[in-house]
Design a protein around this ligand. Structure first.
Ligand code: PAF
Length: 284
């Protein structure tokens, strides 16, 4: 087994590798990450292997997607663990750009995707999707992938990236990878590391409420009625809800109830100092 995946923090080196792969007609798949990898990320890497010939994983904690009072300094980092995991998953290249490679002095450009970025996570994290769209655009330009894989856990992010790629005619296929959950249902997330033992024991309630609400929607209740027992249970268990919404799965238009189009139930809540997000598909 390869114990030491190829890594680079230099754009020139990355470009050299990409151009030699291109000459060999290899299909390149990018999995962008902020590190602190868990099995959710690694499932995206495995998915990427099935989609193309060469897999690049980027590790970059992007300051532009953190608000002034958010957890940039605390965000978990584990380069050694990440590289060992990526070697086990046979990644062809790990791209770990330095901060000033991505944002050199005087950097003044922001990519902003309107419409689909509004509401949901933007209500409490107003600059988040501009930060995501800007870094993802840079990573796409640096890595020039044929495909890119993003987790469905960050469902609004996935939709923002799809819109970005469509609007800018980027020749990249965006693929969503299914959410990976712990045995008790909690969606895997690097931020789960912040949860105290007690909070970790309560956290699976979020997924349970999603599933129960989905069932009530399928029985024909409107969202306002379907979600109300869950909202109470979450409050009782100490969650502070940011949003709990039913949206069209393709364009994120708010829905009052289930109809014929595929829908997505999305939730974000704080438990202590940790913000958790989750979502599930809901079909009639
Ligand atoms: O989902 C993430 O980890 C990040 O938002 C991403 C897509 C790597 C951009 O920094």
């Amino acid at each position: 087994m390869n114990e030491d995946p190829n890594t680079t923090n230099r754009l020139s080196e990355l470009r050299k590798r990409i151009s030699s792969w291109r000459k060999e007609k290899q299909r390149i798949v990018l999995v962008p990450t902020m590190g602190a990898l868990h099995n959710g990320h690694l499932s995206l890497v495995d998915l990427a292997h099935g989609l193309g010939d060469k897999v690049i994983v980027s590790l970059f904690v992007n300051p532009k997607q953190f608000g002034a009072n958010e957890d940039l300094d605390l965000y978990p980092r584990d380069i050694e663990g990440d590289l060992a995991a990526l070697a086990r998953h046979s990644v062809d290249l790990v791209y770990m750009p330095e901060l000033d490679q991505i944002y050199p002095p005087g950097f003044a450009t922001t990519i902003s995707v309107s419409g689909i970025s509004q509401g949901l996570c933007t209500d409490t994290r107003p600059d988040f999707f501009d930060g995501v769209a800007t870094i993802v655009t840079k990573l796409f330009l640096h890595c020039q992938p044929d495909l890119a894989v993003f987790g469905e856990k960050d469902y609004q992010q996935l939709m923002v990236v799809r819109r970005l790629v469509r609007d800018l005619d980027l020749p990249i296929e965006v693929v969503g990878g299914p959410i990976v959950r712990a045995d008790d249902g909690l969606a895997l997330s690097s931020r789960n590391a912040y949860l105290s033992k007690r909070e970790r024991a309560s956290a699976p309630l979020l997924h349970k409420i999603l599933a129960q609400t989905a069932q009530r929607l399928k029985e024909g209740l409107v969202m306002q009625k379907a979600c109300s027992p869950g909202v109470h249970k979450l409050a009782k268990a100490g969650f502070e809800l940011d949003y709990f919404e039913l949206r069209d799965a393709l364009n994120l238009t708010p829905l009052r109830q289930l109809d014929e189009m595929p829908a997505r139930l999305l939730i974000a809540a704080r438990l202590g100092d940790t913000r958790l997000i989750d979502n599930i598909a809901v079909m009639r």
